[in-house]
Design a protein around this ligand. Structure first.
Ligand code: ARG
Length: 589
């Protein structure tokens, strides 16, 4: 993607520029630079270029090598194999480039994407009057990370929480509330999310039981749906009570998740009611949708049922009711035409992929989506229990999110407490850190595997201090902060004149890649690549500690300063990277 360069371009970018300059006839040919084990970088692009210029690749590689400026960037170039270049950078260039990044505040030298546009992201969309489940957790966690990452790269992001707040099931609920007006009140009142959910649950169960056993109640409930759809004020007022109570509950869960959700961004299914009729009219008039057995349907060549017949997307049912698809199609019109989005991103369970495929295709046929406006489902897999089966309680019921988060925090607090003595944490700090470690563990486990894969929810593994966990990263951060506190008068300062140890070079080169990883993550909607980058960063740091003392009397003062500089930049990169994933990094752990 085109980018406005920040303070300094990365080493990789500088190297790519030097290679291009060394061979003017290459034009815009990609030097195909990769990090390499043999040297710092390997350039593989000579092969394709030689083919294009009908030349000998090794000869061409030799020419490029000779033409490379003997400046300060490159220390050594070696031609290998059929015509690869193995390139070692000068230590000075590494430290100078990192120093420019370090001088760039929170942005750390990461460029803002010049071609940024507006993305509407649909995430964290639970359903009214229902308990949130682990699927809603995934959407919230992955969505929130994508919001932060996209905003950091310069994208204008509009959040939409498409909550399930409409549908025929409300007939039964509202009717029950009409007949038992006091039932939705709960003890504790106000902002108590758990109490709100338990009274919603009670009403849900009681009304369901009545609906299933009492034919007359069933009939009254059906009439209530009609009243709701007709916009009867009293019916709407009762409906609103369900929405309000549910929001109290949603907010309590989001709060536990340490996640900010703003009320104006909650635009549920009901928010598109006024558009449904027009959406259907346009689809019918343009011939995108056709009448079939009384319903308004859109057909697709490649969507067929087991009997071989095409299975349509139903936008208007035979009884005149609108469903999930009509709402999503209306939401697309709103997001494109009113919110001026050029990208629509949906963080939704992979089990809804067929729905989105049909909805997007319908919107394309209607012209709402086109080359200038694209839609993408960031589909995520199922959360499994330790046994590899869909995540359930021992009794086979859905696991309550509050319980799950509470347990994560409890276990994390125990882990934090065990080490707290050494660091001298107060009880208050133990409790606060326990929360950040516990919630971080849940988020990180979710974000560190590719979203589309199913993943096992295993709390023991999540709060483990070893391995690819958030706690490991949080400890890496806290350890650096502790070293910086202990450094006393010695302050971090870059010393480009120094020769670097191998572990210092490896850490420095990895730090250089932060911006490139972020732009890849933003372009492909793959937060797990940021998690992997941060984990590798912490691993480089561990090796660095093994091989290089930071605060040692045997070090010359400039070596101490340069190492403090490297670890401080590492800490800031960890902090920023974790923040983008929605995970806190306590100062002392
Ligand atoms: N509320 C839905 C569910 O719980 C998810 C909504 C996804 N977003 C959308 N625009 N359809 O499954």
């Amino acid at each position: 993607m085109a980018s406005v360069s920040s303070l300094a371009s990365t080493l990789q970018q500088q190297l790519a520029d030097a290679l291009t300059a060394a061979l003017p006839q290459a034009g815009t040919a990609d030097p195909l630079l990769r990090r390499s084990d043999r040297a710092d970088f390997q350039a593989n692009g000579i092969l394709a270029l030689a083919k294009k210029l009908k030349g000998n690749p090794r000869e061409l590689a030799g020419k490029v090598t000779a033409a490379l400026p003997a400046g300060e960037l490159i220390k050594e170039v070696e031609v290998s194999g059929p015509g690869f270049l193995n390139i070692t950078l000068a230590d000075r260039a590494i430290v100078e480039t990192l120093a420019a990044r370090a001088a760039d505040g929170d942005r750390l030298g990461v460029p803002v994407n010049a071609g940024a546009g507006t993305t509407v992201i649909d995430y964290a969309q639970p359903n009214v009057a229902k308990e949130m489940h682990v699927g809603h957790l995934r959407s919230a966690v992955i969505g929130d990370a994508m919001v932060q990452i996209l905003e950091f790269t310069g994208e204008n992001v509009v959040r939409r929480h498409h909550i399930g707040d409409w549908g025929t099931q409300f007939g039964m609920l509202i009717q029950y509330l009409f007949e038992h007006p006091d039932e939705l009140k709960h003890e504790g009142g106000g902002a108590d999310g758990e109490a709100a959910m338990s009274s919603l649950n009670r009403v849900y169960k009681a009304s369901r039981a009545l609906f299933d056993s009492d034919e007359e109640f069933k009939a009254r409930s059906r009439d209530r749906v009609v009243a709701l759809q007709a916009g009867d004020p009293e019916t709407l007022a009762h409906w609103q009570r369900f929405v309000d109570e549910s929001k109290i509950y949603f907010y309590s869960v989001f709060d536990k998740l340490d996640m900010e959700i703003d009320d104006p961004d909650i635009v549920g299914e009901s928010g598109y009611n006024d558009m449904l009729e027009e959406t259907c009219r346009i689809l019918e008039e343009t011939g995108v949708a056709v009448r079939s057995e009384g319903a308004l349907c859109v057909f697709f060549e490649d969507v067929k049922g087991p009997d071989g017949n095409q299975v349509p997307l139903i936008v208007k049912k035979t009884n005149g009711g609108y469903g999930y698809a009509a709402t999503d199609l209306s939401a697309i019109r709103d997001r494109v035409q009113n919110l001026k989005a050029d990208t629509l991103l949906y963080v939704v369970d992979a089990r809804q992929s067929l729905h989105f495929k049909m909805v997007f295709e319908t919107a394309r046929r209607a012209g709402w989506l086109n080359e200038d406006v694209r839609a993408h489902q960031l589909a995520f897999g199922t959360v499994l229990g330790k046994d590899g089966k869909p995540f359930k309680t021992r009794e086979g019921t859905t696991v309550r999110l509050q319980d799950l988060l509470d347990e994560a925090v409890e276990r994390a607090t125990a882990v934090v407490r065990e080490k707290a003595g050494k660091v001298g944490l107060s009880e208050e700090e133990i409790v606060e850190n326990g929360r950040y470690v516990g919630v971080g563990a849940v988020k990180y486990a979710d974000l560190s595997t590719s979203a589309v894969r199913d993943y096992k929810f295993d709390l023991d593994q999540m709060v483990s201090l070893n391995g690819d966990t958030s706690v490991y990263l949080q400890y890496a951060y806290a350890r650096i902060r502790s070293i910086l506190r202990k450094a006393g008068d010695a302050k971090p300062a870059a010393h480009p004149e120094l020769e670097l140890a191998p572990a210092e070079r490896a850490l420095g080169l990895h730090l250089d890649g932060f911006g490139e990883v972020l732009s890849e993550v933003a372009a492909g909607y793959e937060p797990h690549k940021l998690a992997a980058y941060l984990y590798q960063l912490a691993s480089h740091l561990t090796t660095f500690y093994d091989q290089c003392q930071v605060l040692s009397d045997e070090n010359a003062p400039e070596v101490v300063e340069n190492r403090l500089f490297l670890v401080e930049l590492t800490a800031r990169t960890l902090h920023q990277g974790m923040r983008l994933l929605g995970i806190r990094t306590p100062e002392r752990l």
